[in-house]
Design a protein around this ligand. Structure first.
Ligand code: BGC
Length: 828
C-alpha cells in the first residue's frame, strides 16, 4: 500500500540507482524501471551481456519505406525487451543524417524528416504495444559526434521546427512515446543557449507545453551538468546513477527555495506514469493515469514471430538496395553458377553492427560464406580477403598469452596512491581487456604479459591502452602518455578502440619468439560507468604479408570462377558512436580490389557492407552493386536470398549517395568555435543537393529492386478529408516478368518565399509521403497516399505558428528524389 513519500524519496527517484535502473520506491508503489539500449536489439544490463536478436541497422529498416515491415521489427524489439527484463528501450534515434560523415549516421533512419518520422511512428507503436516503453533520442540537435558534449547546435528556427523537431513532435503526437532522451550537446533556440538537458524553452516550452508530452525526459548518459537549471528546464530523470548533479544537491536546492517542490512532484508523477505504463507500478497509479491521452492508445500487440531468424533473414534481404544491375545480372540463378569466388575484407569479416551503445551480443552469425554455400550447394566456392581494410590488429588468441610463470592470461597488479599493492596480484584471461570494478583506492596498475609466437611469418602484436601510461616491449620503452583519462573516454568511444604501442616480430621456421610486455597505467574512473584498467592485447599473424600477392590471388580466383562476389565496406573502426568520420572513401585498397576483380571477371557482383555512405568510384563500371547495410545476425542468409531473388532486395536509399566528397553540401560536422551552424537551414540531405544543382552517384530514394515500373498520372482529391489529409491516388504498373515490390514516393514543390514577406524558405522539392506495395507481374494497383496538411505547411517565424502558404503546389509521384515522375498540380 502506497504511503506519502518523503521529499528525500522523491528526489532520490530522479537519479538512477545504477547505470541502467531507476530506484524502486515502495511508498509510491513503484518498482525499479530497467532501461537498455538500443535500436538494433536489446543490449541487456547483465554482465556478460545476454544474447539477443540482432537486427539490421536503423537506416536499413528505413530503407524498406514500409511501416508494416518496421512494425514487425519493432514488435520483435518489444518482445525481446520483455524476455530480457527490460522496461524501456533506449531507441529509436531520430536525429537526422545531416552530413554523411556523422558518426551515428548508421543508427539514424534517414536524412529526411518525413521518412524518419514515419519509420519511427511505426517502430514506437509496435514496441509500446508490447507494454515496453521507448526513449526517443537525442532531443535535439545531436547530428554530430565531434565535441558532442560541448558544442552548441545553432539551428535556424524554421529548420528546427520543420526538420529537427518534427520527428520528436510525431513521437509525441502520433506515436505517444513514453520517454524522450535529452541530448549531450547544447542548443540555441527560443533565445536560449543551454545544454539540451537544461533547455527550458525546448523541454518545458515546446515538448511538454506545446505538444503536451506527458512522459519522462531522461538525460543522455552523464549528460546532465547542472542542478537547478536542469531541474527547472524540465529534465525528469538523471541517468546513469548513483551520483551526478541532483541527489543531495537537488534536495538542498529545494530546501533553499531554488526549485519548487511542485517541480519535483511533476517529475515524480511522470516517472510513476512511466512505471505504470511498463507494468512497474503496484498500486499508486490510479490518479496518475488521468494524464493518459487517447493519442497514445497503443497499436494491437503483434504475435511473436514464430521464427525470429526467418524474420531477420527476410529483413536483411528486403532492406538491401540494388544500386546497379546491368543486363539483369541479378538475381543469380543457382543452377547456372558452377563456381563462386567470394572476395573482400568484409566477405571474410562481415561488419554486422556499428560500434558504441547500440552494440548487441547476437546469438550467432550467418556469414556470407555460410549463406552462399546453402544457396549454391552445387557451386565450388573459394574465399579470399584480397586486401586489408583495418588499422588495428584483432583481439589476440588467448592461447598465445601467459604470465611470466607460464599461467594462461596476464598479470594485473593494482596500486594505491602511494604505490602500494591493493589486494593480491590477479591473473586475468587475455580475452578480458576491460578489468572493471577496480577498488576505490586503486589509482594505477602494472600489467605484465608474455606473448609466445611460433607460427612462421610476420606477427603484429599491439596493446590498446586508455589514459596515462608507460609501456615496454622486451624491456624497450615503446609508448608513453601523460593524458589523463576520465568518463570522456567512454563518451568519445576512444576506450572502445584504444590506441597503443605495436611491434612486428618475424618468426622463422621452427623458431619460437616471445614478446615480454610491461605496462604501467592509470585506473580510469569513468563516474557512473565505473572504474577500470583498459588493456587490450591484439595480434595479427599475417602482418606485412605480401599485400600485392594477396590481391593477385584474389584476382586470379575471380578470373577462374563463374561469378565473383566482392564484399567491400567499412568496419567498427570507421562507423561508431563517439566520433565523426574524416573521409568517405572505403578504407584500404578496396577500390583497387573491386576494379581489378571486375576487370578479371565480367560476372562480378559488388556488395557494399556499410551503414553510412561511402564513395564508390567504380559504381557505374561494374555489372551489379548491392548495398547490404550492417545486416545483423542473419547477414549471410539475407545476402544469399537477395542475390538469388528468393526475396527481392526492394530497399530504396534513405539518404543521398555522393559521387565525390567535394560535392557533399554539408561535408563535415566539426564545430567551429564550439558552434555547429546549420547554415543549410531547411535544405537538409537531397534538398541541399537539389538547391546546389549537384548530381549525386545515386539520389535519395533510389533502388532498382528486381521490378520494372510504370506510374500513372496522380489524381488529387478536390478537398481535404475530415482528418486533414489530402488523398492522392496513383496507378502503379508492374511491367516486369517477376512479382515485385514497388515503392512510390510523393514529393511536393510549392510557393517559395525566400526571405520574402512570409519570412520562410522552402526546398525545391520535399518528400510528403510514400507507399510500398507488392505487385504481381503484369498487374496494376492503385495506391492512395493521404498527404497530411502539415506536409504543405511552413513554420512561420514571424507568426510563430504553422501556416499554409496559398498558391500552386505540384505533387510528384516518383521513384526517387530526382525522378521527374508523374505530376499533378493543385491550387491551395
Ligand atoms: C548514447 C545513448 C545511449 C546511452 C546509454 C550514450 O552514450 O548517446 O544513445 O542510449 O549512452 O548507453
Amino acid at each position: 500500500m502506497a504511503s506519502v513519500p518523503s521529499l528525500e524519496e522523491k528526489v532520490r527517484l530522479l537519479t538512477g540507482e545504477t547505470s541502467f535502473t531507476s530506484y524502486a520506491t515502495p511508498s509510491l508503489g513503484l518498482e525499479a524501471i530497467t532501461f537498455s539500449d538500443g535500436p538494433i536489439g536489446i543490449r541487456g544490463i547483465a554482465e556478460p551481456a545476454p544474447t539477443a536478436a540482432q537486427l539490421p541497422n536503423p537506416s536499413a529498416v528505413a530503407a524498406a519505406w514500409d511501416r508494416e515491415f518496421t512494425a514487425r521489427l519493432g514488435a520483435l524489439i518489444g518482445q525481446e525487451a520483455k524476455r530480457l527484463g527490460v522496461d524501456v528501450v533506449l531507441a529509436p534515434v531520430v536525429n537526422l543524417q545531416r552530413t554523411p560523415v556523422g558518426g551515428r549516421h548508421f543508427e539514424m533512419y534517414s536524412e529526411d524528416p518525413v521518412l524518419t518520422a514515419d519509420t519511427m511512428v511505426a517502430f514506437v507503436r509496435a514496441v509500446q504495444a508490447e507494454g515496453v516503453g521507448v526513449c526517443v533520442k537525442h532531443f535535439v540537435g545531436n547530428e554530430s559526434e565531434t565535441e558532442r558534449t560541448e558544442y552548441v547546435a545553432r539551428i535556424p528556427e524554421q529548420a528546427l521546427r520543420e526538420v529537427y523537431l518534427a520527428p520528436f513532435e510525431s513521437a509525441v503526437k502520433r506515436a505517444g512515446a513514453w520517454s524522450v532522451m535529452a541530448a549531450y550537446n547544447r542548443v540555441e533556440a527560443g533565445g536560449e543557449i543551454a545544454q539540451a538537458t537544461d533547455h527550458g524553452f525546448l523541454i518545458n516550452g515546446v515538448l511538454k507545453g506545446e505538444w503536451g508530452f506527458d512522459g519522462v525526459v531522461v538525460s543522455d548518459w552523464l549528460a546532465t551538468k547542472t542542478t537547478v537549471e536542469a531541474a527547472l528546464g524540465g529534465l525528469d530523470l538523471v541517468m546513469p546513477g548513483p551520483g551526478g548533479p541532483w541527489e543531495q544537491k537537488l534536495l538542498a536546492a529545494v530546501a533553499a527555495g531554488e526549485v519548487p517542490e511542485s517541480v519535483i512532484d511533476d517529475k515524480v508523477v511522470r516517472i510513476a506514469r512511466l512505471a505504470q505504463r511498463v507494468g512497474k507500478a503496484t498500486d499508486a497509479a490510479g490518479e496518475l493515469s488521468a494524464g493518459e491521452k487517447g493519442l497514445d492508445t497503443p497499436a494491437e500487440p503483434a504475435t511473436r514471430p514464430s521464427d525470429v531468424s526467418a524474420l531477420l533473414r527476410e529483413a536483411v534481404a528486403q532492406a538491401s538496395v540494388v544500386l546497379r544491375n546491368e543486363n539483369a545480372m541479378l538475381p543469380l540463378d543457382p543452377g547456372s553458377v558452377a563456381s563462386i569466388a567470394l572476395i573482400g575484407p568484409n566477405a571474410v569479416e562481415p561488419f554486422v553492427q556499428g560500434g558504441g551503445s547500440a552494440f548487441v551480443n547476437a546469438p550467432y552469425l550467418v556469414t556470407p560464406e555460410d549463406g552462399l554455400r546453402e544457396a549454391f550447394p552445387e557451386a565450388e566456392l573459394t574465399m579470399h580477403r584480397g586486401v586489408s581494410s583495418r588499422r588495428f590488429a584483432h583481439p589476440i588468441d588467448p592461447e598465445l598469452v601467459t604470465t611470466a610463470d607460464g599461467e594462461p592470461g596476464y598479470t594485473l597488479e593494482l596500486l594505491d596512491a602511494d604505490g602500494d599493492l591493493v589486494g593480491d596480484p590477479l591473473v586475468v584471461p587475455a580475452s578480458e581487456g576491460w578489468n572493471r570494478g577496480v577498488a576505490d583506492d586503486a589509482r594505477s596498475a602494472v600489467v605484465t604479459a608474455r606473448v609466445t609466437l611460433s607460427t612462421p611469418g610476420a606477427h603484429r602484436v599491439e596493446a590498446g591502452l586508455s589514459g596515462i601510461h608507460t609501456a615496454w616491449f622486451d624491456g624497450e620503452l615503446v609508448s608513453e602518455s601523460d593524458e589523463f583519462a576520465d568518463a570522456n573516454v567512454i563518451l568519445d568511444s576512444s576506450a572502445n578502440h584504444p590506441i597503443g604501442p605495436s611491434t612486428v616480430v618475424e618468426v622463422a621456421d621452427g623458431e619460437t619468439k616471445v614478446v615480454e610486455i610491461r605496462v604501467e597505467c592509470q585506473v580510469v574512473d569513468a563516474a557512473a560507468y565505473g572504474r577500470f584498467v583498459r588493456f587490450e592485447l591484439r595480434h595479427d599473424a599475417e602482418a606485412q604479408s605480401d599485400a600485392d600477392a594477396e590481391l593477385e590471388a584474389a584476382v586470379s580466383a575471380a578470373s577462374a570462377a563463374d561469378v565473383a562476389i566482392v564484399i567491400v565496406g567499412t568496419n567498427e573502426e570507421v562507423e561508431s558512436e563517439g566520433w565523426d568520420r574524416q573521409r568517405l572513401a572505403l578504407p584500404g585498397r578496396q577500390d583497387e580490389l573491386v576494379a581489378r576483380v571486375a576487370a578479371a571477371n565480367p560476372r562480378t557482383v559488388v556488395v557494399v557492407n556499410a551503414g553510412e555512405p561511402v564513395i564508390l568510384p567504380w559504381l557505374d563500371e561494374v555489372p551489379a552493386v548491392l548495398w547490404w547495410w550492417l545486416p545483423g545476425q542473419e547477414a549471410g542468409h539475407g545476402l544469399a536470398d537477395a542475390l538469388t531473388g528468393a526475396v527481392e532486395p526492394s530497399g530504396r536509399l534513405p539518404w543521398t549517395l555522393p559521387a565525390t566528397e567535394a560535392d557533399v553540401p554539408v561535408p563535415d560536422a566539426v564545430p567551429v568555435d564550439g558552434v555547429v551552424e546549420y547554415t543549410e537551414g531547411v535544405h537538409v540531405g537531397y534538398r541541399g543537393w537539389e538547391r546546389l544543382g549537384r548530381v549525386p552517384a545515386r539520389p535519395f530514394g533510389f533502388g532498382l529492386g528486381y521490378g520494372t515500373w510504370r506510374l500513372g498520372i496522380p489524381i488529387a482529391a478536390e478537398e481535404w478529408s475530415p482528418d486533414d489529409t489530402l488523398p492522392v491516388t496513383v496507378a502503379l504498373t508492374n511491367d516486369g516478368e517477376r512479382d515485385a515490390r514497388g515503392v512510390v514516393q510523393f514529393y511536393l514543390s510549392g510557393p517559395t518565399d525566400v526571405d520574402g514577406d512570409g519570412g520562410w524558405d522552402r526546398p525545391k522539392r520535399w518528400l510528403a509521403g510514400y507507399a510500398a506495395q507488392d505487385v504481381l507481374a503484369g498487374r496494376v494497383v492503385a495506391l492512395t497516399l493521404r498527404i497530411p496538411r502539415r506536409a504543405f505547411e511552413v513554420w512561420s517565424v514571424a507568426a510563430q505558428r504553422w501556416v499554409l502558404p496559398s498558391g500552386e503546389y505540384t505533387i510528384r509521384a516518383a521513384s526517387d528524389a530526382r525522378d521527374p515522375g508523374q505530376t499533378v498540380t493543385i491550387a491551395l
